[in-house]
Design a protein around this ligand. Structure first.
Ligand code: SF4
Length: 53
């Protein structure tokens, strides 16, 4: 658990009380937000997140 997702993209993720990420958005329509989600996937060191197109 690195926190990369919620530190870099707080518009998409937040940290819970134990430091685990919570996904805030499950249906992204905005192109910029889609780009941010793909960036979060690319930098996640645990390969723990993905996006569906
Ligand atoms: S989902 Fe990936 S980037 Fe986010 S806290 Fe977990 S390991 Fe880190």
């Amino acid at each position: 658990m690195s926190g990369e997702c919620y530190y870099n993209h707080p518009e998409l993720f937040k940290m819970d009380d134990e430091g685990y990420p919570i996904v805030l958005v499950d249906d992204i329509q905005d192109d910029a937000m889609k780009k941010h989600a793909r960036e979060a996937v690319e930098v996640c060191p645990a390969v723990a997140i993905s996006v569906e197109s």
